[in-house]
Design a protein around this ligand. Structure first.
Ligand SMILES: NC(=O)c1ccc[n+]([C@@H]2O[C@H](COP(=O)([O-])OP(=O)(O)OC[C@H]3O[C@@H](n4cnc5c(N)ncnc54)[C@H](O)[C@@H]3O)[C@@H](O)[C@H]2O)c1
Ligand SMILES: O=C(O)[C@H]1O[C@H](OP(=O)(O)OP(=O)(O)OC[C@H]2O[C@@H](n3ccc(=O)[nH]c3=O)[C@H](O)[C@@H]2O)[C@H](O)[C@@H](O)[C@H]1O
Length: 406
């Protein structure tokens, strides 16, 4: 009776089989110990070894006050300005940003190039990547985290809701998780938003007001962030400060914001949509110039108490929230009037009913608390700030734009 195929005696002598077996074991071991550079960006980064690690250590080296700050969302609009301000005063600064394509990533690359010239390294990575964050905390003993990385924009939430959950909720938890495990723990300052005031009608908005009627998913994720911050403060004793920024504008700004695309459209002669009521304070914003916001961020970082760390009598960890606005709301139509003057070109306006797209009709900040606790004092009015923005805009989008310094 023929043997079944699987019982056929092999044609190969034992010695060959043993050689094949040892070769297989050697190859498996080699690949395990020296994995090929994977497609995963983080794995590539972590494999980059000493060169990458030295860039990180150099960037985060502090030349005064021994402050070492991790700035998440460093290639973003606010991230750029805060990182430069910290570096210029001698703090160590390391950035992280995933350079996503929510708006032209070329603008983020240009910001990162500017930071590179100021010796601030921006690691390309996602704040949801716990392995990467842990590695950065192994390389640098951060004293502070300025958490700015988020999916910003109110209206986009209706197109891509998951990006808000991913970046603004999961991303915040990921950052807080690595901070609570660090020893000593860094103090955290993070960007909340004026949008948490939602449809409140009592103005100016104060930190004590209700914030339980968000008008957009974006606002809801920022409000959720404030509740999550409370949890990590209560359980792990993390020192956390939330900053409710009010419609920030300025050079190197965001193309998804009205002041930016209104400028583009007026210059191109395209029609701009202004929402009904834009000629009164009923459709207005407490527009806040970026340099004033930066002063508020640095004030929050400087007054942030770090946890007492292990041992020592633990005092109740600090948990704070502040409005950072300009306290002088301007009607959107007035914004357009100022742009027409600065651009020396009439806008083609079309009035639309305010859509139910997550927008709130007006914002107006009460900044008494930030003035008292952070020494926050905004000094730039909208016309002055927009003049700086328009100057930058013309330069950046001209041929020689790439050589702009800040
Ligand atoms: N600009 C404003 O008017 C304003 C107002 C209120 C609050 N804020 C908040 O301030 C912060 C900074 O805003 P901005 O105006 O500079 O916006 P921005 O979009 O220019 O900056 C955010 C940066 O974070 C990065 N990012 C997003 N998700 C990430 C992730 N998961 N991992 C790593 N990087 C990620 C983006 O690539 C971007 O560069 C945000 O939290 C925003 O919600 C901004
Ligand atoms: O403070 C914040 O927390 C938020 O600030 C910013 O949102 P907003 O204050 O809504 O700014 P922005 O969109 O520029 O609209 C400005 C005005 O133009 C009106 N607007 C807008 C678009 C349009 O086509 N027409 C129009 O009239 C519009 O109705 C509004 O009255 C950030 O984008 C957001 O990330 C969030 O952080």
């Amino acid at each position: 009776m023929d043997r079944p195929p699987y019982l056929h005696r092999s044609r190969f002598p034992t010695r060959t089989k043993l050689l094949a077996l040892w070769t297989f074991i050697f190859l498996a071991l080699f690949l395990f110990l020296f994995p090929r550079s994977s497609s995963d960006p983080t794995r590539r980064l972590l494999q980059a070894g000493p060169v990458w690690e030295n860039r990180i250590r150099l960037s985060a080296r502090s030349h005064s006050h021994s402050r070492r700050v991790l700035v998440t969302g460093a290639a973003g609009f606010v991230g750029l300005h805060v990182s430069l301000a910290l570096k210029r005063r001698g703090d160590g600064v390391l950035g992280i940003d995933n350079f996503n394509s929510y708006y032209e990533s070329s603008l983020k690359r240009s910001r990162a190039a500017l930071l590179d010239r100021a010796e601030v390294f921006v690691v390309e990575g996602d704040v949801n990547d716990g392995t990467l964050l842990k590695k950065l905390f192994e390389l640098v003993k951060f004293t502070h985290v300025m958490h700015l990385a988020a999916q910003a924009g109110v209206r986009y939430a209706m197109q891509n809701p998951s990006s808000y959950v991913q970046s603004n909720i999961a991303g915040l938890v990921s950052v807080l998780e690595v901070c609570k495990s660090a020893n000593p723990q860094p103090a955290i300052v993070w960007a909340s938003s004026s949008s948490v005031y939602g449809l409140n009608s009592q103005v100016p908005f104060s930190e004590k007001d209700r914030t339980d009627q968000p008008a957009s998913l974006y606002a809801a994720t920022k409000k959720a962030g404030e509740e999550i911050a409370h949890t990590y403060n209560h359980i792990y004793g993390l020192s956390i400060t939330g900053l409710r920024f009010f419609t920030v504008y300025g050079p190197w700004g965001r193309p998804d914001m009205a002041y930016f695309f209104f400028t583009q459209d007026i210059l191109k002669g395209k029609t701009i949509k202004v929402f009904e009521g834009a000629d009164q304070k009923s459709v207005a914003r407490d527009f806040t110039y970026i340099e004033d916001i930066v002063k508020g961020c640095l004030g929050a970082l400087d007054t942030a108490e770090r946890s007492t760390g292990s041992g020592g009598k633990k005092r109740k960890a600090q948990l704070r929230v502040f409005n950072l606005g300009n306290t002088s709301p301007v009607a959107v139509n007035e914004l357009v009037n100022i742009l027409e003057k600065l651009l020396d070109k009439k806008a083609r306006r079309m009035v639309f009913p305010m859509p139910r797209n997550g927008d709130v009709p007006f914002t107006h900040a009460n900044i008494t608390l930030a003035q008292k606790e952070l020494g926050y004092k905004p000094t730039t009015n909208l016309e002055t700030g927009l003049k700086e923005f328009v100057n930058w805009y013309r330069l950046y989008y001209s041929k020689s734009g790439m050589n702009i310094v800040l």
